[in-house]
Design a protein around this ligand. Sequence first.
Ligand code: DOR
Ligand code: ZN
Length: 358
Amino acid sequence: MTNQPRTMPSTPDRPTLTLTQPDDWHLHLRSGEVLRHVLPYSTRHFGRAIVMPNLQPPVVTCADAAAYRAEINAALPAGSRFQPLMTLYMTEQTEPAEVQRGFESGEISAVKLYPAGATTNSAAGVTNLQNIYPVLATMQAIGMPLLVHGEVVDSEVDIFDREAVFIEKKLQPVRAHFPELNIVFEHITTRDGVEYVQSCDQYTAATITPHHLVINRNALLVGGIKPHYYCLPVAKRETHRLALVAAATSGDKRFFLGTDSAPHLDGAKESACGCAGIFNVANTLSIVTEVFEWAGALDQLEGFLALNGAAFYGLAPNPNKITLQRHKAPLALPEKLVLPAGEITPFDPQLDLHWQVV
Ligand code: DOR
Ligand code: ZN
């Protein structure tokens, strides 16, 4: 938060907050050793998560998703009731019947659309959207959500403009063709994204990440290149961050939390060609609560964290509650994760945090 004090005003009259347990509507859990190390950070706070399918190779069939779900369930901490909600990775070969079977059996919650080349493990994604229109027609008919990574990949489009151009060139034509398709515009980063969603009806929603609520592009580029602030879509200028905070805290049910927590080993990020992705679930709830407090909108926090997304996906809110407590002294940052293959650095929001999950 450039130009903002690191310490936010304290509210001693509201030392604790009890909320419906949150969900994470956009999460990268990876597989193998990384999955086993990062999963407990999600399960200790969240009831459910929409699990991204961009493994290598990607999760393209119901059988792939079933195998991935089994791997996640086998890695759950003892006693955890965390529910992974599985997604399929859209390719130009995706079969409408496969998608329909997965959705109607309850195994698959949504399909993720990556424009080919837009981000990590997106090479198998879609180049020509018209090639997936038969799948989209089926999804619209059965009410299955399409989750969209909303960036164009054209080399002549500036990386900071790729979301805005995507809205005009890609999203609006799809929306015009499929007016009742449930679309989640994932991890929006711009005022353009906010205004687009606001201009739509109830069939369009958007996830917002904790990192895009608190950093702008200065975090990445001022004082040296900071690879742990690099993600896609890349953080934008401050006016866009402010638009995201206003949308998240507004009470508009079309905006909800998707952490886009995307762990990479430090060696892959601290590199001449560093990977995109920020591992944030260790302190997501502290960050988002701080932002809502600072915006004077703690009364809208439960909607953003726990109610709006469930309603969009047609699910009941979690039955459990969580409590956050406000500490006077700033919290310590979470420790680095130490894996046999290397370390993973949790997101440092560059501001003091006071709210801790009890
Ligand atoms: O920063 C990102 N990391 N954005 C994405 O879209 C993918 C993700 C990843 O999988 O690492
Ligand atoms: Zn993602």
